[in-house]
Design a protein around this ligand. Structure first.
Ligand code: KG4
Ligand code: ZN
Length: 361
């Protein structure tokens, strides 16, 4: 069995992660070092700081993943590493380290696309829980960097059906939260506060889009929130929340005490609009390809409103979400995505480059 263990390494954005996964389905270890505290005060990821933090974390994180799994480097069948898309300086840290290990220990290297990793977070868990995901499947990858719809066919062949034309959905959560004084990342806090507001209170209209009806757009929504805020006198409450943020990580009760009902309604309505946009196009895409399953993955897949809406939509196919720990960036998903490539012996040479704008299809 030791021969099918893969070490996954992920450093495309602001988490340094390593994991050991056996046979593409058993997570022996998964370690994630988050840089949240570094970037939080800037309201977003600062690329230079991210590279520096990856450099600091990569050696201990990989060592811990191997130790927790009880796996030695020489027992590994392969090292799977994210080569893109992402911040090039961040990708380079994980990739260079993976290459060095591969070279020093003679372990084959497997290049993994980060987006394919997110899809495999679900494949991995479903395989363990209920057998396999049926194909063709529709994958909605929705995170801080991506909002994409893919058709997934047998053998993990992908076709792009739609994507965002401007902001990613997670980016919209982050920008709205920052604007309103809730800090970074915005998704988790809006998710916690939205149930306290009325999702029908503020009506957001979406611009009709020309071209591909399966494409998303979130910048109009962000601008609508900005206009809503500008047309009201909100400076004092926003300042109050910024001050609260400086005291540490506020609890839901503390946020609620600093958020008037009208702002809770705004948050609930904003989240509701994002969820509607995501699920409407996902359902249309699933119908178009006659999907037998839908996979939702990426950081925004943590959103409880989105999970609840998908559950209660009573769709004619199963909708799979990863457990929250596998929704946001991690390396178990990278090791899992590398497994079919190991079976096909799709190895990479040491000359493989980091690709900031790598696409999946
Ligand atoms: O997958 P991820 O960790 O990194 C990228 O590949 O981008 O996703 C991070 C994104 C952030 O934009 C964050 O605000 C969003 O996922 N996010 C959420 C939730 N948790 C994280 N968005 C909505 N609801 C959540 N519960
Ligand atoms: Zn991601």
């Amino acid at each position: 069995m030791a021969h099918s263990s893969i070490l996954g390494i992920e450093s495309s954005c602001d988490e340094t992660a390593a994991a050991v996964v056996e046979s593409g389905e058993t997570v022996l270890s998964s370690v994630v070092a988050s840089q949240m505290s570094t970037h939080g005060k800037y309201g977003g990821v600062v690329p230079e700081l991210a590279s520096r933090e990856h450099l600091r974390a990569i050696v201990p994180v990989v060592r811990e993943a191997l130790e927790r799994a009880g796996t030695r480097l020489e027992d590994l069948a392969a090292i799977g590493v994210t080569v893109g898309p992402g911040l090039v300086g961040s990708l380079l840290v994980g990739l260079t380290f993976a290459k060095s290990l591969s070279f020093a220990r003679g372990v084959p290297l497997i290049a993994v696309n980060h987006i394919e990793g997110h899809i495999h977070a679900v494949i991995l868990e479903t395989r363990r829980a209920s057998g396999a995901v049926e194909f063709p499947a529709l994958a909605l990858v929705v995170s801080g960097g991506h909002t994409h719809l893919f058709e997934v066919r047998e053998g993990f062949r992908y076709r792009l059906l739609g994507k965002t034309r401007d902001d990613a959905a997670g980016e919209a959560f982050d920008k709205v939260a920052k604007l309103l004084g809730y800090g970074y990342p915005g998704g988790p806090v809006i998710d916690r506060l939205a149930p306290f507001g009325n999702p029908e209170a503020v009506r957001f209209t979406f611009a009709k889009m020309k071209g591909n009806a399966l494409d998303f757009s979130f910048s109009g929504l962000k601008t609508a929130v900005l206009r809503w805020v500008e047309s009201r006198n909100m400076a004092a409450e926003i300042d109050r929340r910024r001050a609260l943020l400086r005291t540490g990580a506020p609890s839901t009760e503390e946020w609620l005490a600093a958020t008037p009902a009208a702002t809770l309604d705004l948050l609930a309505s904003f989240q509701h609009a994002v969820i509607t946009e995501l699920l409407t196009r996902a359902a249309a895409s699933a119908a178009e390809i006659d999907a037998r399953a839908v996979i939702v993955s990426g950081g925004v897949a943590c959103n409880s409103g989105l999970r609840e809406a998908a559950r209660s939509a009573d769709l004619p196919y199963p909708v799979y979400f990863p457990s929250p720990g596998l929704s946001t960036d991690n390396a178990a998903m990278i090791a899992a995505a590398a497994f079919p490539k190991l079976e096909r012996r799709e190895f990479s040479g040491l000359d493989i480059a980091a690709q900031a704008s790598l696409t999946l299809a």
